[in-house]
Design a protein around this ligand. Structure first.
Ligand SMILES: Cc1cc2nc3c(=O)[nH]c(=O)nc-3n(C[C@H](O)[C@H](O)[C@H](O)COP(=O)(O)OP(=O)(O)OC[C@H]3O[C@@H](n4cnc5c(N)ncnc54)[C@H](O)[C@@H]3O)c2cc1C
Length: 450
């Protein structure tokens, strides 16, 4: 099938990945259409960013609008664990938990500003990015779902549908289709490229709290607006604490899905049961006011056997999803949009939309996602290593690089190589002091998933 094209590039999905790509392509003069199934603003999970989003926001031209959005500034991250020793409170300056804190400003790259980023209310953040894409000349259609892509040698035709099952449908033809549909994985599901992760199958229950005393749950007043991750005694379970405004804090419990199934009660009681494992956190939450409704997310991880092919590319969550413990999702979404834009602009110029035209995108984004995945896997496997690295001057700088999300330029970031060696040593030596601390989520960290 040939025929006239409605656009050069059709993007399905207007989340951070789709909107950023739409802005970049429209800015470069490509005729770009983006279909978004929902009407924005709409709720979305994923409120804490990492600094690696900042250069991409600058590149797409959206940074000024995001800065004007007055979001909460994020300058670092801290982790707390229940204290086991009676003198810990004294040692840690009066806090009833042990903790580690890292500051993004510890690692400044001259050419890229990675010292801070934002915590965002996603409804507002995503709307800003979507409106920015439109302001750059992309045609943005909200409330329009992309369905049933049909590929032929000359292009791709998608059915656009507005207004639900009985709504209006029409065909849209493009030279290239970009799947940015997030965890709906439009193409990955249709082409059967999706591979469920054998290890990470987590579940999250979350809400917003008003008036929470954040400084009571962080090491000091100065870092009260950092993201805090609080570990629970249940293996692989943790709580996120994300400042949304001066008074609103997002709190979520993440745990293995089977724990939730075993619990068998409603989501709210599961939340309180989990939080109750850290009485000092429960006390502060009970003193605050619940400010939104209870929400849940199954967040099983997956990868794709193929993330690009003749006349298609997948970006953001549509290409891969990894466990959210290090707030990687939006950063992967934006960086994948940035890498994809470069190959797409060249493909349009050369009128070559075959899979090899997207090789540089595939190489770079797979490398970054593999690094994220390994970081997360090593962390779940032996999180004591992470704590040790954060306290050791030899490793701390490289660890901050990972936490900034700056991990697309190297196959083997120094901190990951060192962590992997230590974890392997501990796994192979049952007498190792840290052997009892090995977690039960054992991912094939050293090998690619695909
Ligand atoms: C429990 C949990 C906690 C998380 N915490 C964080 C965090 O703190 N920080 C972080 O960075 N990330 C976090 N994430 C991940 C984050 O939510 C995602 O990685 C991020 O939203 C991906 O952006 P995206 O643009 O790829 O997809 P999305 O943001 O999901 O956008 C996809 C868009 O596509 C639209 N769509 C879907 N199907 C169609 C269709 N057929 N046609 C048209 N439109 C369609 C959807 O309506 C949606 O707006 C978390 C995820 C989970 C599950």
């Amino acid at each position: 099938m040939t025929g006239a094209y409605d656009c050069d590039v059709l993007i399905a999905g207007g989340g951070p990945a789709g909107s950023t790509l739409a802005a970049l392509l429209a800015k470069a003069g490509l005729k770009t259409v983006m279909l978004e199934a929902e009407h924005f603003p709409r709720h979305h999970i994923g409120e804490s960013l990492v600094p690696a989003v900042m250069p991409v926001l600058k590149e797409s031209g959206a940074l000024a609008a995001v800065e004007a959005g007055d979001f909460s500034i994020k300058r670092g991250a801290c982790w707390t664990t229940p204290s086991r020793y009676s003198d810990t409170a004294l040692k840690t300056g009066g806090k009833p938990f042990r903790h580690v804190t890292t500051h993004f400003s510890e690692r400044i790259k001259e050419d890229r500003e990675l010292a801070y980023t934002y915590h965002v209310e996603r409804a507002r953040f995503d709307l800003i990015l979507l409106q920015h894409a439109a302001s750059q000349g992309a045609i943005v259609m909200q409330g329009v779902r992309a369905l049933d892509p049909q590929f032929d040698p000359d292009g791709v035709t998608v059915t656009a549908r507005s207004g639900g099952a009985n709504g209006v449908s029409w065909p849209l033809r493009a030279k290239l289709l970009v799947d940015a549909t997030g965890r709906s994985t439009l193409l990955g599901s249709k082409l059967k490229h999706k591979v469920h992760d054998p290890v990470f199958n987590q579940y999250a229950v979350y809400n917003w709290f008003e008036g929470l005393d954040r400084s009571a749950l962080t090491p000091s007043e100065e870092v009260a607006d950092y993201i805090a991750i609080h570990f629970l005694p249940d293996r692989n379970a943790w709580i996120w604490q994300i400042p949304i405004t001066d008074t609103i804090t997002s709190i979520g419990v993440v745990a293995q899905k089977n724990l939730f199934r075993e619990h068998g009660e409603d989501r709210e009681s599961f939340f309180w049961k989990m939080v109750g494992q850290r009485p000092e956190i429960e006390d502060q939450l009970r003193a605050a006011k619940i400010a939104d409704k209870w929400r849940t997310e199954g967040d099983y991880s997956y990868s794709m056997q193929q993330i690009c092919g003749d006349r298609f590319i997948m970006i953001g969550d549509a290409a891969r999803f990894v466990d959210p413990i290090f707030s990687s999702g939006v950063s992967i979404a934006l960086n994948s949009a940035s890498f994809a834009a470069k190959d797409i602009i060249e493909a349009v110029a050369k009128n070559d939309f075959s899979k090899p035209a997207f090789a540089s995108y595939e190489r770079t984004i797979r490398r970054g996602m593999r690094n994220w995945y390994e970081f997360i896997s090593l962390y779940y496997r032996l999180n004591i290593v992470f704590t040790a690295f954060a306290k050791d001057e030899r490793y701390r700088y490289d660890l901050v690089k990972l936490l900034q999300g700056d991990l697309y330029d190297e196959d083997a970031p120094a901190a990951l190589v060192a962590m992997r060696e230590i974890v392997t040593e501990v796994e192979n030596n049952p007498d190792h002091l840290w052997h009892p601390y090995l977690g039960d989520l054992k991912a094939p960290t050293a090998e690619p998933m695909f």
